[in-house]
Design a protein around this ligand. Sequence first.
Ligand code: SAM
Length: 217
Amino acid sequence: MIAINYVHERERMVREQLEGKGIRSVPVLQAFRKVPRHLFVAPGTEEFAYEDRPLGIGEGQTISQPYMVATMTEALELSGGEKVLEIGTGSGYQAAILAELGCSVYTIERIESLSMEARRKLEQAGYPNLHFRVGDGTLGWPEEAPFDRIVVTAGAPDAPVELLRQLREGGCLLIPIGGERRQDLVRFRREEGRVTRQTICACSFVKLVGTEGWPEE
Ligand code: SAM
């Protein structure tokens, strides 16, 4: 069996899938060079960790495609030190990227086993200081609000009002909005008391299930 050179694979991913497709932010590209994505995929799928596609992580959920994680991270326009709420911990990979960029990360996952596994992987990968919650992320984390940034990594029918409420003045909420299979990635900004809306790109995420999301099946 030939051992995989993950550092080499990661560099290839950054050059071909991120830089090659238009990701320009140097800090974002550096974060993707550092975070070991193969630690966040399901056991047995490590050899596909640096391919340009989402992968199953169990419970019918996915770790998102690297390019989409990078697009979302770049669209958050971080300068380091922001307090960020992530909805949909999943594998923990997006949370690791945010931590690598110097953010204070609060992350909510509705499926307890995924949250537990993500916590274990984040510690193993060297990111021990994140804040985890198991529950319905469409309700946000009121005790810790306001947040500088909120990123939702599952597709919703519309922006949860409670998340917009928990956004700091000058902050933004990034969320896939649309149907059950296809959405638009939308950025909401809270500026001078007003909320503006901008579409970034088309995307396809698993469903945001909850009070202000899709109903549970
Ligand atoms: N950010 C993740 C990563 O880096 O691996 C990918 C997230 S995956 C595409 C979407 C996640 O959102 C799933 O783990 C799903 O269980 C979770 N989810 C769906 N609805 C949720 C809700 N209301 N609150 C919290 N998590 C939710």
